[in-house]
Design a protein around this ligand. Sequence first.
Ligand code: MGD
Ligand code: MGD
Ligand code: MO
Length: 761
Amino acid sequence: MQEERPEGIERYDDPAGGWGALRAVAKTLAHQQVVAQGAATLLKANQPDGFDCPGCAWPDPKHTSSFEFCENGAKAITWESTARRVGPEFFENNTVDELWTWTDHKLEDAGRLTTPLFYNRSRDRYEAIEWEEALQIIASELNKLPDPNMAEFYTSGRASNEAAFMYQLFVRAFGTNNFPDCSNMCHEATSVGLPKSIGVGKGTVLLEDFDHCDAIFSFGHNPGTNHPRMMTTLHEASRRGVPIVVFNPLRERALEKFAAPQNPVEMVTLTSTPIASAYHQLRIGGDIAVLRGLMKMVFEKDTASIRRGGEGVLDRLFIAEHTVGFRELRQDIEATSWESIIQVSGLTLEAFSSAADVYIKAKNVIVCYGMGVTQHENGTANVQQLANFLMLRGNMGRKGAGICPLRGHSNVQGDRTVGITEIPNAALLDGMERAFGFRPSGEKGHNAIETIAAIAEGRSKALVCLGGNLAVAMSDPDATFQAMRKLDLAVHIATKLNRSHLLLAKTSIILPCLGRTDLDTQASGPQSVTVEDSMSMVHASRGFLNPPSPLLRSEPAIIAGIAKATLGSRHGIDWDGLIGNYDRIRDKIEIVFPDFHEFNRRVRVKGGFRLDVPASYRMWKTESGKAAFLLPPSLDGDHLLRDRDALMLTTIRSHDQYNTTVYGLDDRYRGVFGRRDVVFMNKTDLADRGLRDGDLIDLTTILSTEPRKASKFTVVEYNIPKGSVAGYYPELNVVITLERYDRLSGTPSYKSVPVIVSAAA
Ligand SMILES: Nc1nc2c(c(=O)[nH]1)N[C@H]1C(S)=C(S)[C@@H](COP(=O)(O)OP(=O)(O)OC[C@H]3O[C@@H](n4cnc5c(=O)[nH]c(N)nc54)[C@H](O)[C@@H]3O)O[C@H]1N2
Ligand SMILES: Nc1nc2c(c(=O)[nH]1)N[C@H]1C(S)=C(S)[C@@H](COP(=O)(O)OP(=O)(O)OC[C@H]3O[C@@H](n4cnc5c(=O)[nH]c(N)nc54)[C@H](O)[C@@H]3O)O[C@H]1N2
Ligand SMILES: [Mo]
């Protein structure tokens, strides 16, 4: 009997990758009308003289590789290099009021922006404006503010090092540290959590460490969709017999089995390689419980080994020589009951025992993790417990072992490195003084959450966005949209139209910029920019396509334009000189951040260079000078959920989206086609609520002062642990209230939202 499923929900039994991935790319190329040019463009991605793929921050084998096929990289590139255009006529035909009713997909799919735009309220239309006039309006609005701290300067992680550095220079010269950043919604828990543990807020492994590891533990990331080139690494590791232990509430297909499109045998024989050696479906938000359980199991096995006259299973030398806090941690973990660990994590004692055996048996272990770990109220603690777990056996700072956060945007890590931070340290201020002869303010500025609060309360009146789609990416669109409409000035530097641009301020301006794939020509000729990947490798990126319109400017040039108009000759910065040749920007970066010594020379070496990560050679830049075992939070909070009959909601990316950019409506590997208005639920949870597969439901937030509701989603019976629900970002951001975020890092709790699920009203 054919089982009856909701519309658009199908079984998907194939491996990830394979022919399905090739077919998807052909379809994307056709849709964006870039077949001829597009195919050639793809071949330039991540090549020594080509551009850095804007798809993700996974490194390349020295950026010298032969072409690596990547379905979602191809989507990101063709989405940018589309033949579609959004010019003045587009806005003549569509009022902002009409555009507001368009979907996020349709807005961006309209094509590349071609001209600076100024919003004309009397006609409710964006209209073309000359660059100089736009820059003068922005300058006069910014200079009108009684206090520079009333302006907010957002960065999305696609900006190059050069653009980000120019931006922080301008903003600091203007006089504020208000730097909300996409990183605040992403890996801030890593940037804040790891320095306390190991003295650096970045990953410690290099790509070649994967060739030497004996086990990989994967927590809360979905590489088949979000870091597809990582599948090459996991595929190789699996074929080498390396166990890959996965902790993820959903059975992500690419973590189960993968057919490498570059492997002719798998392609022709329709076979694939298993990826996970063990797959543990923990409850959403259960990572602290899982890590407590894993460490408790390691301690029990250690005690047992010593009782038998063995040496134990811990790396006692490493712990004694390199760490502090071990005894307190062990005590705390051993005092946690198995009962609570099992209840909160949703995993069995046997699961913990087998995972601990893999961990103990392996000489070198790498832990990889993504948003499933960071986007929780205890996101920072989650990251720190991963470090604890690794350090029990000295898996930090040696070949084949370490921690590997999977960064988001292709240069989100680099933007931070070159000064996008709301909390400048003394080294940064000293560096700026050395390079530019003025000392910027050291006062703490706003992160993303604080920015929205400041705008909502009228304390901030101007917002400049270097890319991104802040309003849609943030929690609670009701509150966020309302806030943004109260601004005096909104400026968006962007490649494509999105909803944030339609949240009108008194003065609204859109400035169209070049993308990664576009040729950037300045006074001295064609320019390269630089980016830093997830493994702290810095390399050059050069676009080569003819820009979509002669009016477009590069991001660094736009920032210099705003700076010159706003600051005039203040601080005597030669804005035009810096833009004329980006080598000069890099010379300044090198003065501010000595880690970039000989920047221009080293970035011209094939493959680029690595920034210093002291923890990767066991140098701990912490307060104590040692790596620190830090105590995890307790598991007590969990009863709040059970008492209220609530479920924990997580929000995830589909296979056809890039953050708020929705390429299409399919989520192939999860068997969802042509729709995104679904939530995944466990069979028992459905039955308990008298619900059936395909019913319409509402989700209501609890444990927040102002509850929010998401209405009329279709429920899909799914293989997900009891007590857990999952659905798509950004559609479900409506139920994530602004007050739910990690107090240590400011990261919104996008992946643990307590909700009540009921039949749709
Ligand atoms: N194609 C594509 N590539 C991208 C992006 C994109 O949108 N599209 N976005 C880029 C950006 S900015 C980022 S940050 C990364 C994001 O990359 P990922 O971190 O892979 O992104 P997500 O889809 O948010 O979710 C990750 C996984 O966490 C799991 N998860 C959910 N809740 C929990 C939990 O409580 N515990 C655990 N252990 N796991 C959980 C989900 O099931 C999912 O598999 O990718 C980057 N690359
Ligand atoms: N519920 C929920 N919310 C989330 C998340 C989640 O997992 N769940 N994830 C969070 C995460 S990890 C992140 S990183 C944020 C993402 O937040 P953002 O980085 O703000 O959002 P994006 O969707 O990546 O931004 C897309 C826009 O960037 C612009 N753009 C694209 N390329 C370029 C370029 O080269 N230059 C310029 N100037 N503009 C460009 C285009 O106009 C496009 O519309 O969302 C966060 N929000
Ligand atoms: Mo991200």
